[in-house]
Structure formats: structure tokens, C-alpha cells
Design a binder for this molecule. Sequence first.
Ligand SMILES: Nc1nc2c(ncn2[C@@H]2O[C@H](COP(=O)(O)OP(=O)(O)O)[C@@H](O)[C@H]2O)c(=O)[nH]1
Ligand SMILES: [Mg+2]
Length: 321
Amino acid sequence: MFPYFDNSRNIKLNVKGPARTAGATGKLQPLARLCHALLLSLFIHTTPAPGGAPATCRFGSRSLSTYSGGTCLVIPCFNEAGRLDPLEVADLLRSRNDLGLLLVDDGSTDGTPRLFADLRSRHPEQLDVMRLPVNQGKGEAVRQGLLRAIEGGATVTGYADADFATPASEILRLLGLLQQSGASAVFGSRLLNPGAGIQRSGGRQFMGAAFASLARRIVGLPVADTQCGAKWFRVDGVLAAVLARPFISRWAFDVELLARLHHTQSGWAAEAFVEEPLDIWTEIPGSKLTVSARLVALSALLAIWRDVRGLRNARRRTVPK
Ligand SMILES: Nc1nc2c(ncn2[C@@H]2O[C@H](COP(=O)(O)OP(=O)(O)O)[C@@H](O)[C@H]2O)c(=O)[nH]1
Ligand SMILES: [Mg+2]
């Protein structure tokens, strides 16, 4: 499924501020760190495109470029040596031998590269890896991975979290729904009709619901849970076009992605989005989404709202009266 060839390529990427300032903020006290993060986010979120010096991004020696007509799941990973379960990966790939998995190592500093090399040797036909040399955040890792899948010819692509909070069985169920329906996007939901299978702490459920109610207004779709990590998309020109521009936020990028898909020129109609209640979702310890990162994501919504308003206005201007 993944006929590899040697194409170590250099791709220019912009390095966003937070990645480079993470070390500096590490020494600050929690309150100071929070203020710093909020100020930083305000600065970043009012900047239309990520600035900073371009960095060189070297992909692995193999690529998905000749992968065509298939399904490619992207898993963004930052320091996931302890959480990415090889058994879950094997389960996923065994269940669907037409499925490709693209693991994106977002500048990990732990044993993730070694784990990836091991996984790649175990699943040479279905698994590939891509490495971003500097940590850029989940949103950028997902964006780079999806673009890579599209460039390689995937007709369906999507992403899921490395901790398999959404288990392989549910990821595949969502994929089946997309393939059986005429939908362009199918994504999991922990908030729509949450049953006993959704294991999430009360605090996170509450914050998630509060975030979701704001996000829903920005996206302009009746979506209950924009932030669930499991999403599938049918590849077309709209998806490729909206991914061309970096996201504003490292964590609230799902909101941006859905909003762009809906509001961009010739964007997807509301009916093309299907939110499916998950039967199983389990909060896995070791989340990297700290309280301050959550607040930063929340503050990013203002900048995202402005950005989406720009898209809506641009579309309105081109619609014939
Ligand atoms: N690429 C990238 N992925 C990240 C980063 N932080 C977290 N992730 C990935 O995002 C996914 C969800 O992360 P997690 O910490 O479990 O967040 P939560 O489940 O939303 O609390 C995992 O696949 C992580 O490896 C990051 O800085 N960069
Ligand atoms: Mg998680």
C-alpha cells in the first residue's frame, strides 16, 4: 500500500513563537507562566500567518507520494513513546489492510523516533512516518500530515490521537460511516448523547462543553464537540485549499478546520458534516493539554472568529445578488 522510495526532501516551514519560547517559560511560576502564555497568544493570534525564521523540515527517507486512491490516517505525536500502543496500531492495521497510517513526529525528544522506526519495520506496507524537526504543535503536525496524505493521492484522510482515547474500533466505525454515506466529514463526539462508554473527568467534560458552545458559534454548524481527536474527511479541492494556510491555534485548530471547510469559497454544505456520538472514549492520563494551554486555546477563539468572519465576508462579496 505504501511503495516507498527515497526522497529525503527539504520543506520550508515557519516556526511559530510558542515552540521556541517553551523553554524560556519553563522557569516561570505558574501564574506568571499563564500570563505570559495569554499575552503570547494575543500576539500570535493577531498575526495572520505564523512568523519567525523558516526552519528546514526533513521528512523520512520514505514517502507516501505514490500512495493513491486509499485511506490515510494521520496520528500527530509529541513525545508519545510511553503512550502510543504498538498493539493498538497493529489492531488498527490488521482490521483494514487498505488503511495507511502516517505517524507525524512533532519534534519529539523522547524515544518516539525509535518507536516509530520499530513500528515501520513491523508494518512496512501500511505505515509511514514523517518528522518535523522542531515541535510546532498538534495543529501544524496534523496539517502537515493531511497535506502529505493528499499529496500522496489519498482519497480519504483523517486524524486521531496517539493515546487512542478514541479506540481503533471507533476510528474504524467512523471511517465506515464516511464511506457508506455521502458525507464529506465524519467526526466523533463525546458530548452529543454521551453514554456510559465516555470516560471523561467531570472538570474536562465541563470545560469541553463550555469551549464547545463558543466554538459552535464560530463554526456556524450545529456541532456539539469540535475537539474530539478523531475525524475523517473525503479529499477534494476544498480540503486541500483550506489546509494550504497554517492554523492560528495549536489546539483549537479543529474549530478553524471545520469553519474553513464550511465558510470558504465553494465550501462544504452543513449536511456534508456528520457528527457521530462515540460509543467508547476513554480519557488517557498524560495529556499535554495543560490548564494554561486550555486558556490559550480559549483565547485563540477570538482570533479564529475574526478570521472566519473574513472568510464569510469574502464569500458574501462574491455571491451574485
Ligand atoms: N504534534 C503535536 N501533537 C501534540 C502536541 N501535543 C500533543 N500532541 C498530540 O495531540 C494528541 C492529543 O494529545 P493529548 O495530550 O492526549 O491531549 P488531550 O487528549 O486533548 O488532552 C496526541 O496525539 C499528542 O501526541 C504537540 O505539541 N504537537
Ligand atoms: Mg488525550
